[in-house]
Design a protein around this ligand. Sequence first.
Ligand code: 7RM
Length: 647
Amino acid sequence: MNEIESVLHEDRRFPPSADFAAAARLSDEAEYQRLYRQSIDDPDAYWSGVAGELPWMEPWTQVLDWSEKPVAKWFIGGKLNASAWCLDRHLAERGDKTAILWEGEPGDVREISYRELHADVSRFANGLKARGVKKGDRVVIYMPMIPELAMAVLACARIGAIHSVVFGGFSARALRERIEDGGCTAAITCDGGWRRGKILPLKQEVDESIEGIDSVHTVVVVKRGANDVEWDGRRDVWYHDLVADQPADCPPEPMDSEDPLFILYTSGSTGKPKGILHTTAGYMVGAYHSTKYVFDLREDDVYWCTADVGWITGHSYIVYGPLANGATVLMYEGAPTTPHAGRFWELCEKHGVTVFYTAPTAIRTFVRLGDEHVKKHDLSKLRLLGTVGEPINPEAWMWYHRVVGGERCPIVDTWWQTETGGIMITPLPGVTATKPGSATRPLMGVDAAIVDEDGNELPPNHGGLLVIRKPWPSMLRGLWGDMDRYRETYWAKFGDYYFAGDGARRDEDGYFWIMGRVDDVINVSGHRLSTMEVESALVSHEHVCEAAVVGRADEVTGQAICAFVTPDASVTVDDGLRAALMEHVAEEIGKLARPAEIRFTNALPKTRSGKIMRRLLRDVAEGRETTGDMSTIEDLSVLAKLRENQE
Ligand code: 7RM
């Protein structure tokens, strides 16, 4: 009855090449099966093994306590420090290895070794202490993608302060809301940072955001943009002055396994943003473990995750996961297409990137820009590709595989959330035969299932709700200051299962196909359709670059499909194209999914991390005013334009 109907057919399969598998950490299906079974049947043994690879200050006495569900405790009694796991543990073995390889938008380059990063973070940590920042204090970090952002995060972790990174593109208002909710007492920012050839005045936004908030006693300012800033001599301090006389030695604070490591805000569709709380040991063990198996990093890899540290992807897969694994991480400050459409590929070639992790929204942009920008560059060093953030439609997957990966690189389509802390459903690159559009199978330790509204597991190929049935180390521990909302949002529906809010189906091979957010499901004449599948059908048309579909009220069918379509530049936008697209969807997946209405647009409203905001499109389709949280929208003018275009 409440099933989501699946209409997408995809039969292509891509096993890893023999060469890739031969060099991979895991290359054997039976070995994956064995590890997966152990991780589910005997999680204590499995996670003890993983955690035992890391240097504890004091060992844990119990792996998991789930008696106070839904708040898990992992590695009880253990003591550790996250920055020591990322830095100190590498000094002997790879002190001179590059930890962060950074390029600014204007093209300036820095290489920072593990030894240097350790010293910089220690000085920064000592500087924060000197300003009175202590264990348990909340520190807001609002910075561009420069090495000092990673240093700030690690310096907080070193002294046990809880960081709350707010993406540098957010407005002063959004920043203020997050500072107030977190009760932050210190801020770390920059004078300004580069974005699309201009300086974003970050310090100015911070000044505005904390006007009248007396609790913020310190604002540390890194000089980057060299733009003018206003100065409050009692509150503000330049980073270079803060660290100037500090010793390069700062003993890491022994943290309890369950001491908070950070808060990260994620937008709710209604109401104020949620402060997702992660604690120290479980999060770190999860980030370390998933990075190790999913990206299969080797000593000589140059790994690039294009996310911003302001998102969970940047926390787990730019900072904590790769550094805990001793990797060389490329970090880039600027926009993907500044000063030219091939900037990302130029960076890959110049720095010899071997592992590349990005979002479907970026991939679709590159498809639209044309293959020539990719082909101009030598990408032969790439050996592994990844995606995260949204379902990737098979067409974009195939393009990524062919044009970027040269048909030789496995693609790991990784499903996870801010709340899960780390990757949950993903191919293992040396083992899994991938299918375009599927995140494939759960990672070790993840008991994922598809259930109906009553929590009963559905048979293969029936679309339902994606749940996680057992606790996992890097799961969130709550919402900052609002544990009732935590219980309500994730646990009220099923009690024992974590409900992710996504719809999905699992195929006959046990592969998961994420169908999008359950809130976005469209109900046409009683048939529940996934946005992802209708959008995939639209994008498979030769003249469509991007599409978003929503349901709008319809007297006859309950809801009707309204599609917002971005065509490529070569095509004339007219009723002919409209009719052709409607027919195309009907042919690809059936008459039922044929859009009742198609609106052409140059851009779709997206969050700043690139996710399509269908809730806003629903308002447009139904001619309603928009309500709810708007702080995460990337470009308000996109919405205004969509409204103007209403016929
Ligand atoms: C890492 C991140 C989480 C939501 C999640 C999904 C969607 C993320 C995929 C995906 C299909 C994927 N955290 N999502 N990854 N959907 N395939 N590989 O994005 O908290 O910002 O978003 O993103 O809906 O629930 S997040």
